[in-house]
Design a protein around this ligand. Structure first.
Ligand code: PT1
Length: 287
């Protein structure tokens, strides 16, 4: 399988990610109600230990989020989010040589985190919040643009599409153009179909199957399906029994050209990713 997604270097602040292979992004939720971590990592030392484990297990990015965005989650105040996220970014960058991604839509969090060494802005709202685009431009950081229909609180109440791929693509095309118009370099952009964000099981499955047709065709793709309800619905499994389903999807995502896989279960996913990468590389080598 050849890919049009040709860019091999993603500049992330003080680091560069080599996108000639697939990266595992480890999730660090620092919300009291966080999805499937049960808020166990609120405590600074426990969170840093978790980061150390994820890096040892093969994560090359750590995604730090202070606002839960799973279906039905409530908003947090700007001050609360800044207070949760920025000191954690600073603590991680002080101790570990890694790329820190910030899972945020909030301009104050983007600015504060950029000042203490974050490398990637992972925004489920694709820089649509007032002031977020300018904060991203000023930061000079890489940006992941994700598709979502609606807002987390209500997005799973009967989502509707004519064609899910066409609608996701027209949204992503528009957000990429908005970033370019604002002055963000194309080489700093990453796309995310937004699995579970305003999508039924059927929408998620169709979007996954056609991920190689995500637009624009030259930009790298990030996939986040770890422990999500699309696995629960397809397999009839509660959240603590979704690992194997998630690993299957991770393998398929890599085969379809995804370059960053966002997960809770780093060690297991890292083996899957390295294995599939090895097969893909063998199929595209000149020998
Ligand atoms: C994601 C993602 C994210 N997911 C990016 N950032 C979450 N770039 C947070 C469910 O259906 O996919 N990409 N940040 C977590 N959000 C959800 C959504 C968690 C849906 C669970 C579900 O169970």
């Amino acid at each position: 399988m050849t890919s049009l997604r040709t860019s091999t270097r993603l500049p992330c602040g003080d680091r560069v990610l080599d996108l000639s292979h697939t990266h595992v992004m480890g999730i660090l939720n620092i919300t009291p109600d966080s999805f499937s971590d049960g808020g166990r990592y609120n405590n600074r030392d426990a969170a840093l230990q978790r980061v150390e484990q994820m890096l040892a297990a093969g994560a090359t990015l750590i995604d730090i989020g202070g606002e839960s965005t799973r279906p039905g989650a409530a908003l947090v105040s700007v001050q609360e989010e800044v207070d949760r996220v920025v000191p954690m970014v600073e603590a991680v960058k002080a101790r570990f040589d890694t790329v820190v991604s910030i899972d945020t839509s909030t301009p104050e969090v983007i600015r504060g985190s950029a000042a203490v060494g974050a490398g990637l802005i992972n925004d489920i709202r694709a820089l649509t919040r007032a002031g977020a685009m300018q904060a991203a431009v000023d930061s000079g950081l890489a940006v992941c643009l994700m598709h979502m229909q609606g807002e987390p609180q209500t997005m799973q109440q009967a989502p509707v599409y004519d064609s899910v791929l066409a609608q996701v693509n027209s949204f992503l095309d528009e957000r990429v153009q908005a970033c370019l118009d604002a002055g963000i370099e194309r080489s700093k952009l990453v796309l995310d179909p937004g699995f579970g964000f305003g999508k039924s099981l059927q929408h998620n499955l169709e979007l996954f199957a056609r991920m190689d047709q995500l637009s624009p065709p030259d930009l790298p793709i990030l996939v986040g399906v770890s422990r999500k309800s699309m696995i629960g619905q397809a397999l009839n499994r509660p959240v603590e029994q979704r690992l194997f389903g998630g690993l299957g999807l991770a393998a398929l995502a890599v085969a379809k050209g995804a370059r960053i896989i966002r997960v809770h279960d780093v060690a297991e996913t890292a083996d899957v990713v390295r294995m599939v990468d090895a097969v893909v590389a063998a199929g595209t080598s000149a020998i």
